[in-house]
Design a protein around this ligand. Structure first.
Ligand SMILES: Nc1ncnc2c1ncn2[C@@H]1O[C@H](COP(=O)(O)OP(=O)(O)OP(=O)(O)O)[C@@H](O)[C@H]1O
Length: 380
């Protein structure tokens, strides 16, 4: 296994695109720790596959270097990099049996037969294909074939990293959870460096120790699921992680307060100057917006209430800006509501990036659990 260093990587798919500044990857300068489980998460077209292919060696970056440990592998082929890859669609040898497919990469590397038998038997159990071990791959479903692809990637213990590109796309929804848990278990057991591309936040947050959020050709934040939830470094992270995503309210900054549509809201720890910023915004997750009886907070007009079982999603108009709140089970919803914001959960953004500040971080994702609230006040 190896630490993977991406050293000032940029990539354009042609010289013309580079000349016009059209980079699929604008600048990526990050490190994946040895033995870490990472998910590359982002919307379609943000550059996830491009980055994965640069790590694997299927693509050579236009600029920058890829290092495995201290070794520069930028110009090496995927084989020379010694990585395992699992793609979106199954890659199996149809004429071989399931067992032979799994044994294939081990035989190629001259692993002793007894060791091959042991590892293949273990993997057959893990991917749930023990009963079909001696069937040819040809007659299997797409779902089963993809499990073979996963097993073939995971059966080797000598690889520098295992790279997954949306590997569960063809898997039946009820099996996805099971295979994800198996992947996590294998990671816990063997501490392989794993990089897993997905645009599904549930998949990313349940699989990875660290989630790498990509947006428009850039990595905007690498963090644990908690970090991404509590302190999104970019408004896109706030919007993309969480359901519903973070409220992003246009604001002005005056001293240490934010002015949102004429309402003054104190920023704990003090808002830092945002001189030169073209736009400033205040972020607050719906879990930290509390609805209180009229007169006890900032006035809003509730426009819609969606009951989703254990909680209600309340959509409101906050002086012309849309605001979403989550009302938990057992919490009341006043007929005429005001809102209060948990001050520890307020984040200030300048040109979409978080303005660092001191102060506590929110500790729970239920608004009712939090002490204190920011009720704001009308600006003079
Ligand atoms: N072979 C190619 N030639 C030219 N442009 C490409 C090529 N492959 C990808 N791109 C462009 O590069 C950008 C990043 O694409 P990429 O496939 O890496 O994104 P992605 O995040 O993996 O998207 P998806 O989730 O849809 O696979 C997109 O604008 C895409 O259109």
């Amino acid at each position: 296994m190896a630490r993977i260093r991406l050293d000032h990587i940029r990539h354009a798919y042609s010289a013309d695109l580079a000349r016009s500044g059209n980079y699929a990857l604008r600048e990526v300068d990050h490190e994946f720790e040895d033995g870490g489980a990472y998910a590359l998460l982002g919307p379609s077209g943000c550059g996830k596959t491009t980055l994965l292919n640069i790590i694997s060696g299927l693509l050579t970056p236009s600029e920058g270097h890829v290092r495995f440990g201290d070794r520069d592998v930028t110009l090496l082929s995927p084989e020379a990099r010694n990585i395992a890859q699992v793609f979106q669609f199954p890659v199996v040898y149809d004429t071989m049996t399931v067992r032979e497919n799994l044994a294939f990469p081990l035989k190629n590397r001259k692993v002793p037969k007894s060791e091959i038998d042991r590892r293949v038997t273990d993997m057959l159990q893990r991917i749930g294909l023990a009963e079909k071990a001696d069937r040819r791959a040809q007659g299997l479903t797409a779902d089963e074939k993809q499990k073979i692809s996963l097993g073939r990637g995971l059966v080797r213990s000598d690889v520098n990293a295992i790279l997954f590109d949306e590997p569960l796309t063809v898997i039946d929804p009820h099996m996805k959870w099971q295979l994800r848990s198996q992947l996590k278990e294998l990671h816990r057991q063997f501490r392989m460096t794993m990089v897993y591309v997905t645009h599904d936040q549930t998949e990313a947050l349940t699989f990875a120790d660290k989630v790498v959020v990509m947006y428009d050709g850039e990595v905007v934040q690498i963090g644990t699921p908690e970090e991404l939830f509590e302190r999104p470094k970019h408004t896109f992270v706030g919007y993309f992680i969480g359901s519903p995503g973070m409220n992003v309210l246009t604001c002005a900054v005056e001293g240490t307060d934010a002015l949102v549509s004429g309402t003054r809201i104190a920023i704990p720890g003090g808002a830092r100057p945002t001189k030169g910023a073209a736009k400033t915004e205040l972020g607050i997750r719906p879990e930290f917006v509390r609805l209180v009886p009229r007169g006890q907070g900032m006035p809003v007009t509730v426009t819609r209430v969606e009951d989703i079982g254990s909680e209600r999603i309340v959509r409101a108009d906050f002086n012309g800006q849309k605001l979403v709140a989550i009302v938990g089970e057992g919490e009341g919803l006043p007929a005429e509501a005001d809102v209060v914001f948990d001050p520890s959960a307020l984040n200030l953004y300048a040109d979409s990036w978080l303005v660092d500040r001191s102060g506590p971080t929110p500790t729970s994702n239920r608004a009712g659990d939090r002490a204190g609230s920011s009720t704001g006040g009308r600006a003079a």
